[in-house]
Design a protein around this ligand. Structure first.
Ligand code: ZN
Length: 179
């Protein structure tokens, strides 16, 4: 149970689940993880009374579509009804996040490289950072407010991007170790 809590305590995980399944998806995943692979529809319904069954189904379907939630279907011999037992695939969640974030990481690294080789300009209010070529077209007046633009300290900027890269790498590393 401690582990289940760990995975969702990562902002990256919570954010990702929310993107896939909507606002209620994080709570739903939490409920499923607590049941450790034996989560029945009823268990979710009981703990999410504020939602309609169709809403719960729709979240589960979205998670299932991405391989995050899997189910086992068993037929009740007496009633003839099917029971669904849900399981959350923690490994799959991490896999998908790593895939998504590696793209973000690549973009940050490109940005860092671009920043090192290009000069940027901004006004005092820092409305918008503008590459030299574009700033020159505006005759170094801010396209937003019309004030004069001056070169930005590119070392400072590169450092900020590098810090973002380092933080993201650390987060992804910790996430991989969570399961
Ligand atoms: Zn401005």
């Amino acid at each position: 149970m401690g582990r289940a809590k760990d995975l969702l305590s990562f902002p990256l995980t919570a954010e990702f689940i929310q993107t896939i399944g909507g606002d209620e998806a994080v709570d739903l995943v939490k409920i499923c993880l607590k049941k450790n692979g034996k989560c029945l529809d009823e268990d979710i319904e009981k703990e999410m009374k504020h939602l309609k069954i169709t809403e719960i189904r729709s979240i589960l379907n979205r998670l299932h579509y991405r391989g995050i939630a899997c189910y086992n279907k068993t037929k009740n011999k007496n009633s003839g009804w099917y029971t669904y037992t849900w399981e959350i695939k923690k490994r799959r969640i991490i896999e998908l996040i790593l895939e998504q974030q590696s793209e973000r990481l690549q973009k940050l690294e490109e940005k860092a490289r671009f920043g090192e080789s290009h000069a940027f300009f901004a006004c005092k209010k820092a409305c918008e950072e503008t590459a030299f070529e574009i700033a020159a077209q505006y005759e170094f007046r801010c396209p937003e407010c019309g004030e004069m633009m001056a070169p930005i300290d590119s070392a400072e900027k590169a450092k900020a991007v590098q810090e973002q890269i380092t933080t993201l790498k650390q987060e992804l590393d910790a996430l991989q170790k969570a399961v």
